[in-house]
Design a protein around this ligand. Structure first.
Ligand code: SF4
Length: 440
């Protein structure tokens, strides 16, 4: 009998990407053929996002595209948009099943039951306060040389602009033994680098019995034979404890890069956002990190156009960003999310002003990233080789530990290896050079 084909399309963050990779593993385990986008499928899974109004629009577009791609197919919608706007999703003709951010790993059963059943199925469930981490030990189907490993879900911070606590529920951590077990499976599958990801990874362990911390988990993972690189996903400033700094700075396999969301460089805006730090506290933290972790790559998220943000406050943000000299900026325009406090704040900023401020910061981000990359010219750096660059002859790309993209001549045999890369010049924010040796 011909295998059923399933196509999983994903929007949004690394956690959503990870969950889709686990879903692919689950469908494959149940005998489905997981097909790439552009192919026709019998079952379409759309893993949605709702972090901005644009994500909502893209989610609806992807759903409609799946419906028209194969009118006979079964359409299931999951993810954050499905969790907060089930009625809107169910209004889209052709949707057969909707599952929110809970029970995602039960999707194969829910799909097969719904196929046998009649009519549309709404399986979205609301979160309880004492929610457990949704565990599944299926190895995620990840194509890349670097593997993501989800260790935590949910958030209790309720920053005034953020919809995530409403879509993903209360914070909850994965049991350390389950994380370590999965990490062993990833190393056995050939992954050299693991990225610890979650919604609020800095809160890892706070909800578990005993003295469970991110620093403790990191040390246990770093002891796994064959794991050559361990990277942290985005981490909140307040969660970077002296214990964690000590653990990271003394670990030979820690990838020297941290993504620490700042959001604004103005204290009044930070306060209205409900962020639990001031710019001077953030600055002090960065000084401690740089003193303890030389060569640290430091990236961040900045939101422009938060309600009430004046041009003076925006200027404060620009000055502060230049002072910290980040290695990379992720710039977001504030997008009112229904149900969040900031959506009802007065003095919403006009879209053209948001656009202008966003452009200014994106330009500044390119300059800072180029400046950071330039500081490594002439040095030998370790790079994990990822892939051949389409249309660039035999040029391959990879990333340094501190997350600088690097390009160099190579061959297929280098993929998945850690090489010694001599940085010779910069193009934009990318280092170019040559491989001078093999590290692992
Ligand atoms: S820390 Fe704030 S911005 Fe981040 S997920 Fe939680 S509520 Fe959202």
């Amino acid at each position: 009998m011909e295998k059923k084909r399933v196509l999983i399309t994903t929007l949004g963050c690394k956690v959503n990407q990870y969950e889709s990779a686990v879903l692919a593993g689950l469908f494959k385990k149940r005998g489905y053929q997981v097909v790439e986008s552009g192919n026709i499928a019998d079952v379409y899974i759309i893993n949605t996002c709702t972090v901005t109004h644009l994500s909502d629009r893209k989610s609806r577009q992807l759903i409609r595209r799946a419906v028209t791609a194969n009118r006979e197919a079964f359409i299931a919608v999951t993810g954050c948009y499905a969790q907060v706007a089930p009625d809107k999703v169910l209004e889209i003709p052709g949707v057969d099943l909707i599952v929110g951010t809970k029970d995602r790993y039960k999707l194969v059963d829910l799909v097969e039951r719904a196929i046998k059943g009649r009519g549309q199925v709404n399986a979205v469930r609301n979160y309880k306060v004492d929610e457990e981490f949704e565990e599944d030990s299926t190895l995620p189907l990840q194509e890349r040389t670097r593997a993501f490993l989800k260790i935590q879900d949910g958030c209790n911070n309720f920053c005034t602009y953020c919809i995530i606590p409403f879509t993903r529920g209360p914070r909850r951590s994965r049991q350390p033994l389950k994380v370590i077990e999965n990490a062993h499976m990833l190393v056995a599958a050939g992954f050299k680098e693991i990225v610890l990801t979650g919604i609020h990874i800095g809160a890892y362990g706070n909800d578990l019995a005993g003295d469970v911390t991110l620093a403790g988990l990191f040390s246990q993972l770093a002891a796994i034979p064959g794991l050559l690189r361990l990277r942290l996903g985005s981490i909140e400033p307040n969660d970077i404890t002296p214990e964690l700094v000590n653990t990271l700075s003394s670990s030979p396999i820690f990838c020297r890069h941290l993504h620490v969301p700042l959001q604004s460089g103005d204290d009044q805006v930070l306060q209205r956002m409900g962020r639990q730090y001031t710019t001077s506290e953030y600055n002090r933290l960065i000084n401690v990190l740089r003193q303890n972790i030389p060569g640290l790559g430091l990236s961040t998220d900045i939101m422009v156009g938060f309600p009430g943000e004046t041009s003076e406050q925006f200027d404060n943000t620009c000055r502060f960003i230049k002072r910290i000299a980040f290695s990379r900026l992720h710039v977001f325009k504030y997008s009112p999310r229904q149900g969040t406090p900031a959506a009802n704040f007065l003095n919403q900023v006009e879209p053209p002003v948001k656009e202008e401020r966003s452009h200014e910061l994106i330009k500044m981000g390119h300059q800072l990233a180029s400046k950071f990359a330039t500081s490594f010219i002439g040095q030998d750096l370790e790079v994990l080789v990822e892939r051949l660059l389409e249309g660039r002859g035999n040029n391959y790309e990879g990333f340094t530990g501190n997350y600088v993209r690097s390009v160099f001549p190579g061959d297929e045999g280098l993929c998945g290896k850690i090489v010694v890369f001599r940085a010779e010049k910069v193009r934009g924010a990318t280092l170019e050079g040559k491989v001078t040796g093999l590290r692992y």
